[in-house]
Design a protein around this ligand. Sequence first.
Ligand SMILES: C[S@@+](CC[C@H](N)C(=O)[O-])C[C@H]1O[C@@H](n2cnc3c(N)ncnc32)[C@H](O)[C@@H]1O
Length: 228
Amino acid sequence: MDTDSLRWDEIHKKIPPDLERHSQYAEKREVLFPRESKICDMAGGLGYDAMYFIGKGHNVIILDISDYALKGAVNSAKASKISKKLAVKKCDFGTGKIPLKDGSVDVVFSRIGFNYFPYKETRLLLAEAYRILKTDGKAFIAFKSPEDVEDYKFLKTNAVELERNVFVEGEQIRSRFTKEQLQQMMEEIGIVDYSVEQFLEERDTIRDEFMKANKNILYLNEVRFKKI
Ligand SMILES: C[S@@+](CC[C@H](N)C(=O)[O-])C[C@H]1O[C@@H](n2cnc3c(N)ncnc32)[C@H](O)[C@@H]1O
């Protein structure tokens, strides 16, 4: 946990503060949340999407491995006088456990937070996301996709493929699961009310690591499900 945590601290430190803003994915999905939801933002990083959700009247708990990012999120909330609506908790999703009680949130949201684990661990994490949802609660989870040809080619050429579409680049695991693989996970978990669709996010900031590939579109595969 400590090595991963420190590595992510360093990545977050490189994000220029003037580019702090929420994602298009967050904006497009927030309208589908029940009003005044309790949201778990899994791997919510510096909290840009969380601040946006709070601004819309929701309460958010951010789970993330990076102390630096969580501290940044808390400081932003304090500066905007909305700290009562934000909670943060450090955790490592690599353990396959989410430190929240069964049925405790209305919405699970995650943008590019599930791309750092092999197939079985990712499936465990999705099952955990289902567990923490209240009945009728909804999950919106966006994964980086193998349909981004340049990115996929980069990983195929420069990283070691540990298992199908799971790569190790330096010390970091990076998955690029197909829609079919994500559907298979849902079936294996036994989640029935789900969909897996492509979501294309137009790039207008350099708020994440992908800008260095100089692309205009971020290719995401979105897993959505509802707790029944
Ligand atoms: C690409 S960033 C996405 C951040 C944010 N959701 C966004 O859309 O900008 C990935 C996030 O996953 C977190 N993360 C990476 N590995 C993790 C792990 N094993 N457990 C929990 N969080 C992790 C990182 O600290 C980082 O905040």
